[in-house]
Design a protein around this ligand. Structure first.
Ligand code: PLP
Length: 422
């Protein structure tokens, strides 16, 4: 029997009194290399990538990095993850009248990108992987479905074999949203290289940052050229291919300053991931046999980015109590009901989607003449996902955590579990 220690919320001594000084992954690694590259970009006085020769363009080098890393034929740098999704959707020819299936748990941008091309997002349940449930995806397919966007949330891969098999059977385009799992893999295959398109983000919160930025990857030549047009209304004058029809673009270009920062950070991707994975493994091993506490299912732990560790408690009440107790022990963590802050990653809080609202009330994806489907939304429409999320405790991990920091996490969770789960 392990003696039960008095919890910090009950005036016991906290496991950890040292401050938790971990912030963001990419930004915390900004150093000499980033400064060197960004200054070089400034010194070149060419902020627009197409003014540079390919080998002198930071943006082009960042694209090359992704092509090499993922083993894909084409990579297009853009100014954000949302724009990368919009470019992929437009490249796949998706628009009014089409439905696109998205998971109930993802950043709101996944759904926003679908409506940006005037298609209808269809929201489906997640399972204990906290990613799209393949069976829910299959059940949601209608004659109007054109694409599916599996999202690899918080560094953890979606079930791509199942999802791609179903998509293939129904002739659907697969667009992977890799914004939160840059560098992750699925049974040896790089995330983003499995679907028809892979979409990355280099925003501040992601694994590495370009300030703002994104990347679309694909093996389709036509897909790449169409994405190129979507990301630059004058793409035909810099690149393009006369065999592929032009389409008007919306200018989602990456600047050379962002390209320089992104390229410097890309050199650090594997170091960041290596440390994150080591830390997550250590914590997961330390938590393995706690009755009543189940770790999030990760179908291929070797490919997990390790940016977070998530575990489920038996019910939402226990999760709420557990979360507060863990916080008091000095370990920051989150639950869905945390402080009443509406989490933008949960479909329930996607106000403009649930209310089918666009800038203009006319010709929206839902009421336009082309749309023959009948999608409906309700805050309670995905009870399975909500149930998992309400029982889930999530701890953000960081590459700079030491073994001692990891052991504090294990100790604190075990201490709290001994009292709260018993
Ligand atoms: C961050 C994010 C995006 C959007 O990326 P931005 O660069 O912020 O536009 C899309 N999908 C997911 C899952 C994200 O986390």
């Amino acid at each position: 029997m392990i003696p039960v220690e008095r919890l910090a919320i009950e005036q016991g001594k906290p496991v950890r009194s040292k401050p938790w000084n971990f912030h963001f992954h990419g930004p915390d690694e900004i150093g000499e290399l980033e400064k060197e590259y960004v200054l070089k970009a400034l010194d070149s006085r060419k902020m627009f990538r197409f003014m540079n020769k390919r080998e002198e363009s930071f943006t082009a080098q960042l694209e090359q990095f992704y092509k090499n890393r993922l083993g894909v034929s084409y990579a297009l740098a853009v100014n954000g993850g949302t724009s990368s999704l919009i470019c992929a959707l437009a490249a796949a020819g998706i628009g009014p009248g089409d439905e696109v299936i998205v998971p109930a748990y993802t950043f709101i941008a996944t759904a926003a990108a679908v409506v940006a091309v005037r298609a209808v997002p269809v929201i489906v349940e997640c399972d204990d992987t906290l990613n799209m449930d393949p069976a829910a995806f299959e059940a949601a397919i209608t004659p109007y479905t054109k694409a599916v966007i599996p999202v690899h949330m918080r560094g953890v891969m979606a079930q791509m074999n199942e999802i791609t098999a179903i998509a293939k059977q129904h002739g659907l385009t697969v667009i992977e949203d890799v914004a939160q799992a840059n560098g992750g893999s699925y049974f040896g295959r790089a995330l983003g290289s499995i679907g028809d398109f892979g979409c990355f983000s280099f925003q501040h919160y992601k694994v590495i940052t370009a300030g703002e930025g994104g990347m679309v990857v694909t093996n389709s030549h036509e897909g790449y050229i169409r994405a190129g047009h979507q990301h630059d209304c004058a793409f035909q004058f810099w690149g393009g291919d006369e065999r592929v029809d032009t389409i008007p673009g919306e200018n989602y270009r990456m600047s050379e300053i962002n390209g320089a920062l992104g390229l410097a950070q890309a050199q650090k991707l594997d170091t960041i991931l290596g440390r994150l994975r080591q830390n997550k493994q250590r914590i997961a091993d330390g938590l393995a046999p706690i009755p009543g506490l189940a770790l999030q299912r990760v179908v291929d732990p070797a490919g997990d980015c390790g940016v977070s560790i998530v575990f489920y408690l038996p019910d939402s009440r226990a999760a709420g109590t557990f979360s507060k107790a863990l916080q008091a022990e000095g370990i920051p963590n989150g639950t869905v009901d945390n402080g009443g802050v509406a989490d933008r990653h949960i479909y329930r809080n996607w106000d403009y989607i649930l209310n089918k609202r666009m800038a203009s009330p006319n010709g929206t994806p839902w009421n336009c003449a082309e749309y023959k489907g009948s999608v409906s939304y309700d805050p309670d429409m995905c009870p399975v996902t909500l149930n998992y999320l309400r029982r889930a405790i999530s701890i953000g991990l960081h590459q700079r955590m030491s073994q001692e920091d990891c052991d504090d996490v294990i100790h604190a969770i075990r201490k709290v579990a001994a009292v709260i789960i018993g």
